[in-house]
Design a protein around this ligand. Sequence first.
Ligand code: NAP
Length: 295
Amino acid sequence: MKKILVTGGNGQLGTELRLLARNSAAQWYFSDVVEREGVETILLDITNEEAVGQFVRDNEIDTIVNCAAYTNVEGAEDDFARCDLLNRVAPEILAGIARKAGALLIQISTDFIFDGTATTPIPEDAPAKPLSVYGKTKYAGELAVVASDCRYLIFRTAWLYSPFGKNFTKTMMKLTSEKERIKVVIDQVGTPTSALTLASLIFDVIENDKYRANGIYHITDEGVASWFDFAFAVGQICGNKCIVEPCMSDAFPQKATRPHFSVLDKAKVKADFGFTIPYWRDALQVCIDRIRSQE
Ligand SMILES: NC(=O)c1ccc[n+]([C@@H]2O[C@H](COP(=O)([O-])OP(=O)(O)OC[C@H]3O[C@@H](n4cnc5c(N)ncnc54)[C@H](OP(=O)(O)O)[C@@H]3O)[C@@H](O)[C@H]2O)c1
């Protein structure tokens, strides 16, 4: 029987995977650093090589899905050491453990490894040039995994949201229901992505033994949007009357420099895994319906 360890199991992606894994015959173990009420969590810190190594050996893990990361892009600018530990050192540790165990490591990376100067969807082999501490450490994590000689898949994704934790969709649901008018940036363009899409790909690859060779893949929902379009769609789907107005990034000065264009080319993931990707607005509708059904 397959034995899978998921780290960061209480985050957005980890929680979506946990829900999908209920329909699996494999043995899934969900770990995180902090317990969440009502959720069975194995406490494992991905920076603790000994503890993770022991767990992998004891439970004969054959696949590690690393959903844990330092994901606070703004906070990272003032917290390089912690961000580097979680986004570069920890994947290096997990890759070393995977190599020794002969396990497959699935590592998640980001569109923030690119500088945003592209004007057409970005393929996997485009040169990386991260602009922020978050982007730099995530890219260093990729390089560590690639250099480790383990079996790996790296999935680069973007603009993740879900019914769980804090994210742009949930913030905009609240703001567009409370405010008369909001401004949202229109000069950063990418693709809003439901964590369910990425979780479904990971689940499909594991359940159906689709790993053939090491590789890096781009996976977001389909289509293109600015943060303004994303916020507008949230307000519209929710039927909120708030007026959403476009503005430029300099209206909201931030510490971390973000790419202006980070639409990812997904031809490779579709060709190699036969994966069907939803259009971003359809995936957003599904997520909002799920959030509302919980209320
Ligand atoms: N969110 C996005 O927009 C986005 C975009 C592109 C790529 N990604 C990547 O996608 C992946 C999943 O993102 P996400 O949004 O699901 O992240 P998330 O919701 O922030 O979840 C990350 C989880 O990792 C946990 N964690 C933190 N430190 C840990 C440690 N030392 N050991 C074990 N677990 C630890 C966190 O716990 P605490 O909450 O207690 O810290 C949290 O439960 C990440 O690799 C991220 O870089 C995300």
